[in-house]
Design a protein around this ligand. Structure first.
Ligand code: THU
Length: 128
């Protein structure tokens, strides 16, 4: 188990997920070598829910500033497994290494799978 996956699992315990019951955690390392984490926070309106990945990325920006780049990121859900949702992939793209080289790790059948952001989100949207 990677260090980031272990941290993602630990922070998932803090999730506020009374509606879905999906407790999700995310941990990431930035180009400066700092580690940041986040969890999902749900809302009764459902649409205002924020995923763990965006929670961690926004926290990293708040800590390091707008030039922050994500080198690698891991996501874990207690009792479930999935890669980042489409919305979070697009947000990761905003702070990715060039060419979508940021590495994203998640569990599949109990084993860590690592893909680049370019693999997860080919043809990401960006402004010209
Ligand atoms: N969720 C995440 O935190 N990350 C994802 O990539 C997918 C979904 C959360 C949002 C919501 O609180 C719960 O999981 C069920 O969708």
């Amino acid at each position: 188990m990677s260090d980031l996956l272990s941290l993602a699992q630990a922070v998932a315990e803090a999730a506020y997920a009374p509606y879905s019951g999906f407790q999700v955690g995310c941990a990431l390392e930035t180009a400066s070598g700092q580690i940041h984490s986040g969890c999902n926070v749900e809302n009764a309106s459902l649409g205002l829910t924020i995923c763990a990945e965006r929670s961690a990325i926004f926290r990293a920006v708040a800590e390091e500033g707008p030039g922050m780049k994500v080198v690698r990121l891991a996501v874990a859900c207690l009792g479930n497994e999935f890669p980042p949702c489409g919305a979070c992939r697009q947000v990761i793209a905003e702070f990715s290494l060039s060419g979508g080289a940021t590495e994203v790790t998640f569990l599949r059948q109990g084993r860590p799978v690592t893909l680049t952001l370019a693999q997860l989100l080919p043809e990401a949207f960006s402004l010209p």
